[in-house]
Ligand binder design. Sequence first.
Ligand code: F6R
Ligand code: MG
Ligand code: MG
Length: 384
Amino acid sequence: MKITLSVIKADIGSIGGHICPSQRLLETVERHVLQYRYDMPFIRDSYVGFTGDDIAILMTHTRGPGAEPIHKLAWDAFVAGTAEAKAQGLYGAGQDLLKDAFSGNVRGMGPATAEMEFEERANEPFLFFAADKTDPGAYNLPLYLAFADPMTTPGLMLAPSMAKGFKFVVMDVAHTDGDRIIELNTPEDIYDLAALLRDGERYVVESIWSRATGEQAVAACTTRLHNIAGTYTGKDDPVMLVRVQKNFPATGEVLAPYAIGPYVAGGMRGSHNMPLMPVALNSNISYFDGPPVVSCAAFAMHDGKLTEPADAFAHPFWNTVRDRVADKAMEMRRQGFFGAAMLPMAELEYTGITEKLHALDARFTIRGEAQKLQRRKVSAAGTG
Ligand code: F6R
Ligand code: MG
Ligand code: MG
């Protein structure tokens, strides 16, 4: 059976700043999806959860990626949630709904999406990742390691079905006039791939495909909110779907790179580098409006019907990782505004520094220049 997985997520308001949605907000979104889903028999199942201040709606259906009724259902659920968020006085109510009216597809309207359609396997395990206080580039390193590095994924050597490697589709997210993409094949293109993926603010993995079978393994969101809004409106907080096992890396191989806790763009005022902490489902945000977090719900699916989610980062193993990430976060914070702690100018969410530099520019002088000018004036007067 051909099934589409669609995940659509938005920040439509949260408690205590950017910490988490309220219970009532979450219930409003969930109720809306459940109520209207039953008028649409092509929707096979749904799941609603949150990570930090973002609510994600996962739907399984038979209408393909970008299907209008699926996107409209999610948009309407977020609009209903926004009304509740406003009624409760939540911070940033409706902040990711950047357009007034729905027009066919949420793409370019604020909410982030990750979608893929495939012929369902006899058993279909997949992972649904959601991250908060960071941007889509946060998945670059974990995906590279899981799909292209045999040190992380022994399956690349052990499983004949993975021996041919994978095709990475990478998007240049700075290009706003259409989707600018490149396809790179691993293993032969890994140096080129690494050269792009090192810069997660510019180049983002959009999808990954098995070279042996042509099947899609990964769909990741590439939304950059500031490209839509024209200005920073918060970090993009990316979602991602990863099919696992058999012709794809095993669940454990896909999860393993998150033990690194790599520094990513995100945290306080969307303007700092902080380490990415793997957390349990429905976790909130705390230290320094961060650290950036990533959650992972593992599912099995049959005929589009989902099991309950297994919480992949709730296992005790990840407590040690979280402790290490907390140490890394505090270590970075010790250097405050300096150097690598703060994001480059183009990625700052606030305009304060640009304005300050502009004002200070007029106060700069070149030493000796005033005297030189004076001497020139005097000699000009003497010869005149
Ligand atoms: C992402 C998020 C942040 C904030 C940013 C600035 O979920 O909440 O990216 O948007 O920290 O928010 P303000 O200016 O409201 O503090
Ligand atoms: Mg937010
Ligand atoms: Mg968020």
